[in-house]
Design a protein around this ligand. Structure first.
Ligand code: ADP
Ligand code: ASP
Ligand code: MG
Length: 599
């Protein structure tokens, strides 16, 4: 007999008939000899409707009252599903997050789970009942007992957290698609189903816009080794398993506040090649990295930043032994990227003595303070950051190699952790280079002009953002320095969730003028398209293929950022869906099966 946590999303419980169908599925699982805890979302688009009601009353509704309002959606579903179960003879009881004892931090609209009291749920299970729990909500601890919500899409997180706390055998996420697909089937009709995906890949995909799973749910599954499967509510197909590490030992106290950083990694054999002032037009990155991959040069990080004027900078890192080859290809191709011969465009700069230091850990998701702490630590140690690359589970900084030991010592002390050389996954693992593609249309881009090029600036900026509780996604520093008022300066660009955009711009503009930085520029009309796959490590040509697909379709790349297992490009908003489709096709992810998503 197994203990199973099943979660049913909004569409799956969108009508009385669908709730009855869910009840039958739950009963079947019980009849097969299992104990079942069910977590449900609000019916259909109820939560959106509630948000709209609040916005009709206030442009800036009070966050406590907002949680009070939004938590009602799930409460309707738990009662109706329990009734439906009782109606077919299956004993069941509904419980709110508070009744279960899902204790969260006192942070409205984005609370993290601290711990879950299991005693009441277990008592009902032992009495032979199915326990139906309201997802997405919790209660703050101490004397306040405030109702909190976990953030949109958070029922997945409730389910996986309950599975971890109860020591369930596995957690099933039932939804309106047959599992995790190569991309969103609503946007790409020939997206294909995967049998399995690693939790690291899923973490990236989820945080890059694949809303099939809430990233924090994957984070908990990874941290606690919860076996997790995404399946269709309408069929008996096996769905997609998210493979998690076996039995990582973790305390269930501070469940979602587990240590943010697990590792400090370093790689001292890195070199950096920058190409300054390349024309801002489709095809440039495609041609450069196309040629680089034809020469079999495996690049590690790639960034492209935006600029005043109509040129961009592209920089990448390679392992030192292949630097000569990388440099030769780049020098050879640079003149052909110029708009006019003999202009100062496409200047190549090579920096041999660089190192990469990274902090890694699933616990840094949505916690802007972690990257800020890394930058602050490096600044205090007097280390200048040349390049930054971020992913949901890693922040890497390229620095001067002479600073490396100092950087590692400082980071290890700051995060109370030991360091180890970065382990390069080998391509012998035979994982696909690109597992899935994701589109995020909910980001906006901000750029701060003319930030002085000296230690501490990234720390200052991201410290401010962390203070405002604004999560930053892609962070890119320009490679080019301009002397303004006698000080070398460069631009820093980054993306944030669109709802935070104006607020961020306003707050940073204020800070920027006090600090003597330049203008803070906002562009809301962007889309971010990303490819994710563990198998891309050590395999040249993946970035080139992505950039070439965009170039062939005349889609201009505004920004590029990569981490070990993902490549993201920012493009104009109106080209987002097209970009997703052509990239999906370029990696031959399409198949013959068609998945129709119910309304
Ligand atoms: P639920 O209400 O069940 O939580 P969601 O709407 O939150 O469902 O998530 C399921 C949706 O996620 C699908 O309908 C699909 O449009 C979208 N989606 C985005 N990317 C993917 C992907 N890679 N695989 C499957 N679904 C995806
Ligand atoms: N009902 C909430 C939402 O719509 C939580 C969820 O469905 O996961 O965001
Ligand atoms: Mg969801």
């Amino acid at each position: 007999m197994a203990l199973i946590v099943q979660k049913y999303g909004g569409t799956s419980v969108g009508s009385v008939e669908r709730i009855q169908a869910v009840a039958l599925r739950v009963q079947k699982t019980v009849e097969a000899g299992n104990s079942v805890v069910v977590v449900v979302s609000a019916m259909g688009k109820t939560t959106d409707g509630l948000v709209k009601l609040a916005n009709d009353i206030s442009g800036n509704p009070n966050s406590r009252e907002m949680d009070m309002l939004l938590s009602t959606g799930e409460q309707v579903t738990i009662a109706l599903l329990s009734m439906a179960l009782q109606e077919i003879g299956q004993p069941a009881i509904s419980m709110t997050g508070a009744q279960v004892g899902i204790v969260t931090e006192a942070e409205h609209s984005r609370a993290r789970i601290l711990h879950i009291e299991t005693e009441r749920v277990l008592r009902h299970i032992q009495a032979g009942k199915v326990v139906v729990v309201a997802g997405f909500q919790g209660i703050s601890s101490r004397q306040d007992w405030e109702i909190t919500t976990l953030g949109r899409g958070g029922s997945d997180t409730s389910a996986v957290a309950l599975a971890a706390a109860l020591g369930a055998d596995f957690c099933e996420i039932y939804t309106d698609v047959p599992g995790i697909l190569t991309t969103d089937p609503r946007l790409v009709s020939d997206a294909q189903l995967m049998r399995e995906i690693t939790c690291d890949e899923m973490l990236e995909l989820a945080s890059l816009g694949a809303k099939v799973l809430h990233p924090r749910a994957v984070e908990i599954a990874k941290n606690y080794g919860v076996p997790l499967v995404v399946r269709s509510s309408w069929t008996d197909e096996p769905g997609t398993w998210v493979t998690t590490p076996q039995n990582p030992e973790r305390s269930l106290v501070n469940l979602e506040l587990a240590r943010a950083v697990d590792m400090v990694e370093f790689d001292i054999s890195q070199a950096r090649v920058s190409l300054l002032r390349v024309p801002d037009k489709p095809g440039v990155a495609g041609r450069l990295f196309g040629e680089i991959s034809r020469q079999n040069v495996d690049v590690d990080l790639i960034i492209q930043s935006i600029h005043e004027g109509n040129t961009n900078d592209i920089a990448y890192t390679v392992a030192t032994p292949i630097l000569k080859r990388a440099e030769a290809v780049t020098l050879a191709i640079a003149p052909s990227l110029r708009n006019q011969p003999n202009s100062d465009e496409a200047e190549v700069i090579v920096e041999q003595n660089t190192a990469k230091v990274s902090i890694a850990g699933a616990g840094m998701i949505g916690r802007p303070g972690v990257a800020a702490k890394m930058f602050a630590t490096l600044a205090e140690a007097g280390v200048n950051i040349q390049m930054i690359s971020t992913s949901e589970v890693k922040v890497s900084c390229v620095i001067d190699v002479v600073d490396c030991d100092r950087a590692i010592t400082a980071l290890c002390t700051a995060f109370e952790i030991n360091a180890s050389p970065a382990i390069k996954a080998t391509s012998g693992q035979k994982l696909p280079p690109v597992r899935g593609v994701a589109l995020d249309m909910n980001q906006a881009r901000l750029a701060i002009r003319q930030v002085p090029n000296r230690p501490g600036m990234a720390a200052k900026l991201f410290g401010l953002l962390a203070e405002y509780n604004i999560s930053v996604d892609m962070i890119i520093q320009s490679q080019r320095c301009r002397i303004v008022e006698g000080i070398p300066r460069r631009d820093i660009a980054f993306t944030v969730a669109r709802i935070d955009a104006e607020n961020t711009q306003q707050k940073l503009s204020h800070a920027a003028s006090e600090l003597g930085w330049g203008e803070v520029v906002l562009d809301r009309a962007i889309a971010k398209v990303s490819v994710v796959g563990s198998g891309m490590v050590g395999q040249p040509g993946i970035a080139a293929k992505m950039f070439e697909a965009l170039a062939k379709n005349q889609i201009n790349i505004q920004m590029i950022a990569t981490s070990e297992i993902k490549i993201s490009c920012v493009v104009a908003q109106e080209e987002g869906v097209k970009a997703l489709q052509v990239i999906h096709q370029a990696f031959e992810l399409a198949g013959s099966e068609k998945f129709v998503v119910p309304v």
